[in-house]
Design a protein around this ligand. Structure first.
Ligand SMILES: NC(=O)c1ccc[n+]([C@@H]2O[C@H](COP(=O)([O-])OP(=O)(O)OC[C@H]3O[C@@H](n4cnc5c(N)ncnc54)[C@H](O)[C@@H]3O)[C@@H](O)[C@H]2O)c1
Length: 276
């Protein structure tokens, strides 16, 4: 068992499936105690049970991250169970595409809520256990414990994408939030980085005919992308293929781990070269 994240307590949002679930398994394999959370209680409970069955330490705290009080509840549950918080991975999300000229206010706001406001509220909720805890340790003359935040962005945020004005704005917004927290909390030894994905094989990027839908705030939102766009995107990837959730999780672990101890405010592009 690797000790890369030994004893570190890690919250991973959107970990009922896809990249978040793969990250839960990978961080646990590297010694972290993982707190998994998702709007879908069944799948996230299954991922936590699977990690425990293979000798890891995991709990699931299901809930809707866009509910104003839930971020605080999630952090409080984490502290109650493990007594500390080292890493926060803001990964949860979905897409609700439409051309900008036809996009409803609800559609616009939903993307800002899940991809930008929820991470902001979680960072605020984590402040007493990350920023203030580090300050206390430093006031006592000790080196602060390892702590960091990893926010998930997208090539749609960095470069824009047709049909994703809402999602792109939120995913670029998270880069601004990332750099700001890196500057505000850097003096407490807390790093904050983003990882931007390109095309990773998850529910989000399946063909529209098979991807299914997500139920959020009383809406049923169709997920996935048109088949011909999937094919075109793959042609633009220098590595010539889409990525796996496990490869995406590897990039999250890379920036969260002590190997990136001097990396902060950075956006790592885990895209197979898409967009270079
Ligand atoms: N798959 C890609 O190619 C790709 C590319 C760029 C960025 N991303 C980003 O990666 C992250 C993970 O996406 P994925 O591809 O693994 O998709 P996914 O659909 O497989 O997983 C996302 C998870 O987030 C959960 N979720 C959504 N809204 C939620 C809410 N309000 N509260 C709690 N949980 C919620 C979903 O239930 C789901 O389990 C997202 O932020 C996504 O925008 C993905």
């Amino acid at each position: 068992m690797s000790s890369l994240m030994d004893g570190q307590v890690v919250i991973i949002t959107g970990s009922g499936r896809g990249i978040g679930a793969a990250a839960g398994r990978l961080f646990a394999k590297h010694g972290a105690k993982v707190v998994l959370t998702d709007i879908d209680a069944g799948p996230v409970g299954d991922v936590a049970a699977e990690i425990r069955a293979s000798g890891g330490d995991a709990i699931s705290v299901p809930g809707d991250l866009t509910a104003p009080e839930f971020p605080r509840e999630l952090v409080e549950n984490t502290i109650e169970k493990y007594g500390q918080l080292n890493v926060l991975v803001n990964n949860a999300g979905y897409t609700w595409d439409g051309m900008a000229h036809k996009m409803s206010d609800k559609q616009w706001q939903a993307m800002l809520d899940v991809h930008l406001t929820a991470p902001f509220r979680l960072i605020q909720a984590a402040a007493p256990y990350m920023r203030d805890a580090a300050k206390r340790e430093m006031d006592e003359g000790r080196a602060p414990e390892p702590r960091c935040i990893v926010n998930v962005s997208s090539t749609s945020g960095l470069h824009g994408n047709i049909g994703q004005a809402n999602y792109a704005a939120a995913k670029m917004g998270i880069v601004g939030l990332t750099k700001t927290i890196a500057k505000e909390w850097g003096s407490f030894g807390i790093r904050c980085n983003a990882v931007a994905f390109g095309m990773i094989e998850t529910r989000l990027t399946q063909d529209k005919t098979t991807a299914g839908a997500i139920e959020v705030a009383g809406e049923t939102i169709q997920l996935g992308i048109p088949g011909h766009i999937r094919d075109l995107s793959k042609m633009a990837i220098p590595l010539g293929r889409s990525g796996t959730p496990e490869e995406a999780a590897g990039a999250l672990l890379m920036v969260a781990s002590p190997l990136a101890a001097y990396v902060t405010g950075h956006t790592l592009e885990a895209t197979g070269g898409l967009g270079i």
